[in-house]
Design a protein around this ligand. Structure first.
Ligand code: FMN
Length: 251
């Protein structure tokens, strides 16, 4: 779907890796976003949240009880970021898997978005997509993709807690998740052709996401597939730890 010239789509990429620009996840996210940009005119902004001043939620529930969604903390960079989120057509969260969930800084940021959800009134939202809450002010057509990477091979197991969390926050059909297992090994030890083929898959997935706002199950499975077979991967991981012991470079 080509967008009219005068209506560029706004893409906001929120990078939650403490490694900022060296993030492996960001690397594949850029390929995905590159694909989105091929589908029409876009204005893309990348933000590294580890560089922002984002204070933790105080737990006062004012955003639910008294201030119609507004947080009482006004003197950090969260109001600026929240405004960007509200104005974006596509929000792409990009971060590594830490302890089978989101890294601390991403959790702090997510907690501060509580006011974007409608209140809990004694029972979960009556939604067939499993969402616990409704959005307070849903923006027509806005899409969220979460792109995460991890070191384990068993992507279908280790990302389950993260997926369950988003299912409850937003509902199963209201976000797109791409899980990239073995990503560090792919980027550091994969052949040039293998890395290029993976990036191409991510680019194509980005194109599909921009065209239709979600990925079909085949494409989502394809980009979430571990690049190496288990035996080859175990050999790579063993070699990595041996190299570390003899002075190799860090993660
Ligand atoms: C504190 C910490 C916790 C991690 N926890 C997990 C984990 O639970 N499961 C996993 O497969 N990988 C885990 N990893 C590995 C990272 O998810 C993996 O290296 C990721 O691809 C790094 O992405 P980045 O370069 O975008 O930061 C962890 C790494 C760190 C530093």
């Amino acid at each position: 779907m080509q967008m009219p010239e005068n209506n560029p789509r706004k893409i906001l990429v929120i990078n939650g890796s403490p490694k900022r620009e060296s993030s492996f996840t960001l690397n594949v996210t850029k390929a995905f976003v590159g694909g989105m940009e091929l589908e029409g005119q876009c204005v893309t902004e990348y933000i590294n949240i580890p560089d922002l001043d984002i204070r933790p939620c105080r737990g006062c529930l004012s955003c639910w009880a008294r201030t119609a969604g507004e947080c009482v903390i006004k003197d950090d960079q969260m109001p600026m970021l929240k405004e960007k989120i509200e104005n974006a057509d596509f929000v792409i969260e990009s971060y590594p898997l830490y302890f089978f969930g989101m890294p601390g800084i991403v959790k702090i940021f997510t907690d501060r978005l509580l006011g974007m959800l409608a209140t809990y009134n004694g029972k979960m939202a009556d939604a067939d997509d499993g969402a616990a809450h409704r959005l307070r002010n849903p923006k027509e057509g806005q899409r969220l993709a979460v792109i995460s990477s991890c070191g384990f091979s068993e992507g279908s197991d280790v990302f389950e807690p993260l997926k369950a969390q988003y299912d409850l926050i937003l509902g199963k059909n209201n976000y797109t998740m791409i899980c990239c297992p073995q990503l560090k090994a792919l980027i550091e030890a994969g052949s040039e052709q293998r890395v290029a083929a993976y990036m191409k898959k991510m680019e194509n997935a980005g194109r599909m996401f921009m065209r239709q706002g979600f990925l079909d199950s085949e494409t989502a499975a394809e980009v979430s597939k571990p690049p190496f077979l288990p035996k080859a991967y175990r050999a790579l991981v063993e070699k990595f730890w041996q190299d570390q012991e003899t002075g190799g470079k860090n993660n």
